[in-house]
Design a protein around this ligand. Structure first.
Ligand code: PLP
Length: 384
């Protein structure tokens, strides 16, 4: 008899799905024999990090024999100064996902309730469930926007923790300033409100995007804003995220559960160098936002009646990706795209299996996507 790990595991772990981390370029290249792979599945910055990061990594590489600074002091001081907050309000993670996990490990017990959005950023659900918590998922309204009424109603029932992504991943839509004010006002002092701003650098280009940090600074209950170097800053491979907490006591609690050296020394050096070259990040963001609007216009033109993508719907986006409702199962379309070397993320959550998330790439990759999507929709149609 093989060992029964399922019986051996904690009940909460037994029920967990494995996070869908997507396919690597190498694997797609090998499996499908395509020359060029367009990576449009993970919301990365297609131009990568600032050149200053390469230099910082080379310099830091001579000291990899030393343990990293467990406080990430240099990065902490710089961010605190630029964000106008106390240095002890900051916490750092091996990606912001690490901080999501730490929050769950500190605060959640079996039976606690957690509120988040659906379709969901997987880890806002998986980590609470790992601790045995009950996760309540709030649906979109029909025009693919988040539902501020539903959020306020659900917050009034005082969940222990709320993970509010703003903008949403995977949808890209956002709550504006007025909506966020209502949400903050509706949140009990007994709820830990976590606003995940992984795409804040992009969202700031959208009129009405709230200054949630300023709103939360007026709040009496516990809160945290999560941000990351993985998206606009182009450091996904190095894993650095940060949280801004309402007070230093909250970050102190996270310090109890995190691995002491959760941000390695190369990642710290790279994040600081990236942060100090705001101009590079800002240029990438501006290019991406322009390319996003161009891609949206192209796709919408093809979505008109009688056109190859007739019926396609696109959610509003304040991010570096678009969420497409194809009106047919997206998994088969995504598979057909892979055969053409285009990696996207078909959504697997109940109610959203007709949807696909595509990251904004370079102009060439976006063109590849449009051509491949037209072909893929044709192929899928012919097969049915
Ligand atoms: C990408 C992303 C993150 C975290 O990314 P890290 O690479 O772990 O920093 C967190 N939240 C959302 C909503 C994201 O899309």
């Amino acid at each position: 008899m093989p060992f029964d790990y399922a019986a051996f595991a904690r009940p909460a772990a037994r029920a967990l799905p494995t996070y869908n981390a997507g396919l690597s370029s190498v694997l797609v290249h090998e499996r499908y024999g395509v020359q060029h792979v367009a990576r449009l599945a993970s919301n990365e910055n297609p131009w990568g990090a600032s050149p200053a990061v390469t230099r910082a990594l080379a310099a830091a590489s001579t000291r990899v024999g030393d343990y990293p600074d467990a406080q990430a002091s240099a990065l902490r001081q710089q961010l605190a100064q630029d964000l106008g907050i106390d240095a002890q309000q900051l916490c750092f993670g091996n990606g912001s996902e690490d901080l999501i996990k730490c929050l769950c490990e500190v605060f959640l017990s079996p039976g606690d309730t957690v509120l988040t959005q659906k379709p969901t950023f997987g880890l806002h659900q998986i980590y609470p469930e790992m601790m045995g918590a009950q996760v309540q998922l709030l649906d979109l309204i029909p025009d693919l926007q988040m539902d501020v009424h539903a959020w306020c109603d659900a917050l009034a029932r005082v969940p222990k923790l709320a993970f509010l992504p703003n903008p949403s991943n995977p949808v890209g839509c956002m709550f504006d300033d007025a909506a966020m004010q209502r949400i903050v006002a509706a949140t009990s002092e007994q709820t830990l409100l976590v606003v995940d701003e992984a795409y804040v650098e992009y969202a700031r280009c959208t009129p009405g995007y709230p200054d949630t940090l300023a709103l939360l600074q007026q709040r009496r209950g516990p809160w945290m804003v999560l941000r990351t170097f993985s998206k606009a800053w182009g450091l996904a491979g190095l894993r650095v995220g940060y949280g801004i907490a309402g007070d230093a006591v909250l970050t102190g609690w996270l310090d109890k559960v995190r691995t002491p050296f959760n941000v390695n020394s190369l990642a710290q050096a790279a994040a600081l160098a990236a942060w100090q070259d705001t101009a590079h990040m800002q240029q990438c963001v501006e290019k991406t936002v322009a390319l996003r609007e161009a891609l949206r216009a192209q796709l919408l033109a093809l979505a008109a009646p009688g056109q190859p993508l007739a019926g396609l719907r696109i959610a509003p986006s304040a991010t570096n990706f678009l969420f497409l409702d194809l009106g047919r199962p997206s998994a088969t379309v995504a598979e057909a795209l892979l055969r053409q070397g285009v990696i996207v993320k078909p959504w697997k959550e109940a109610g959203y299996t007709h949807c696909l998330r595509v990251s904004i790439g370079t102009e060439a990759d976006n063109t590849r996507l449009v051509q491949a999507l037209v072909q893929a929709m044709q192929t899928v149609e012919d097969a049915t």
